[in-house]
Structures are given as C-alpha cells and as structure tokens.
Ligand binder design. Structure first.
Ligand code: TYD
Length: 215
C-alpha cells in the first residue's frame, strides 16, 4: 500500500549519524516495522551504487586521490542523480506516494565536508538538491564518537578515510552546527543512540509515526 492510499505525495525519511552510529541496523528495523504495516517502503543510500557513487567510494578508500572540494561536488552530483535519474530516481517515487528511507543525504555533506571548507559553501553547492527534495524527517542517531570508533574497530579490517576518532568528533560537532543553522527549514530529530538497539528503534518509530499519521 502506498503511504497516502489516495494518490498523494509519499514521505522521505533520512538517517544521519557518524560512522558506526548504527544507521544500517536501525534502517533495517524500521523498514521491517513499516512493511509489517503493509506500507510500500523503498530503502536506499548515499554515496549511491551508481556510476558517480562508485567513483566516490574508490576515493573514500584512498585508492584514488582527490581534492576535497572536488569530492564535495561529486557528492552533490551523485545526490542529484539519486533524485532524478530515470531508472529509480527517488523524486518520482515520492511523487507516486512511496515511503523512501535514505541512509545519508545532504546533512552528511554539511558535516563531513565542512571539515575542509566553509559550511555555507557546502550548503550552497547542495541548494539544487534541497530545492528538488527536502526530507520530511531527518533522524540523527547520536552516539558518542568513542563508542562508534570501538564498534568500527571490532567489526572491520579496512577503514575509510573519515574513520578516525578526531575526525569523528569533528563531524559530530559539525552535524549539530548544521542542525542549528537550518532548524527553521528542516525537520530534524536527534535520537540518543547510546542505548540498546531496540530502545533506539522504538524512539525512532515514534517519531516516524508522527509524520506518517500526524495527530
Ligand atoms: P557510509 O554510510 O559510512 O557507507 P558504508 O557504511 O557503506 O561505508 O558512507 C561512506 C562515507 O561517506 C562516510 O564516511 C561519510 C561519507 N560521506 C561524505 O563525506 N559526504 C556525503 O555527502 C555523504 C553522503 C557521505
């Protein structure tokens, strides 16, 4: 069933958080719960698995060297492709009434790239994306960087360029700055992600229900 059931616009829910914050687990739990309610859910992620996203991942692994400004533009381009490409662009899915859940969106750009350049520049570089589709809800899973770092170290052997503790602390601070900067334009909820996964999941579900079935 489409979310609206009457041919209206769907909902766009975005998950944000520093690396190791548990986004993927929470997205899986939330989609299952929503699908059990017979809703049509489409989950997706950035960087995408498309041509630009694949190139970006090679840069993040350090295989290809790149200037940070160029990388920021590539993320913005990957995002536009994610929104409007003919095959599975999410703008169309929303227009058809689907519920789209996305792992990372432009707040990731604001938080990660403003380590290297002015945040206003990154916001500007993504303004066309924001005009094309603004999330109905951005869920930020807030977990202590030390905890995230430990989780990453126990779970993996290869690390991306941003998975270092000082960087993770900076990125978390940048996220909070971006939320403050855009609080009049965006609907953001900060969820305490230091608790057990099921508790975190319940808190997220409550927030999502508010936008699906507003009181
Ligand atoms: P991540 O969600 O960690 O993917 P995976 O779990 O598959 O490794 O995203 C990869 C990295 O990309 C992450 O460190 C954050 C970074 N990133 C940016 O720097 N800018 C962006 O705009 C986005 C979407 C991600």
């Amino acid at each position: 069933m489409n979310i609206s059931g009457n041919g209206q616009r769907g909902k766009f829910i975005v998950f944000e958080g520093i690396d190791g914050s548990g986004k993927s687990t929470q997205i899986r739990m939330l989609s299952k719960r929503l699908q059990d309610m017979k809703l049509k859910v489409y989950t997706t992620f950035e960087p995408t698995a498309g041509t630009i996203g694949t190139l970006i991942r090679q840069m993040l692994s350090g295989k290809i060297k790149i200037d940070q400004r160029t990388l920021a533009f590539l993320f913005a381009a990957d995002r536009m492709d994610h929104l409007v490409n003919e095959e599975n662009g999410i703008r169309k899915k929303i227009d058809k009434g689907e519920l789209v859940i996305c792992d990372r969106y432009y707040f990731s750009s604001y938080a990660y790239h403003s380590q290297y350049m002015d945040m206003e520049w990154v916001i500007h570089a993504n303004s066309l994306n924001a005009d094309t589709l603004r999330p109905d809800l951005t869920v930020f899973i807030d977990v202590e960087p030390e905890e995230c770092f430990e989780r990453i170290q126990t779970n993996r052997n290869d690390f991306e360029i941003y998975e270092k503790i000082d960087i993770m602390k900076k990125v978390r601070t940048n996220y909070l700055k971006a939320f403050e900067r855009l609080r009049d334009l965006e609907k953001i909820v900060v969820i305490d992600g230091n608790k057990l996964a099921d508790h975190v999941g319940d808190a997220i579900f409550r927030e999502v229900m508010k936008i699906i079935h507003p009181a």
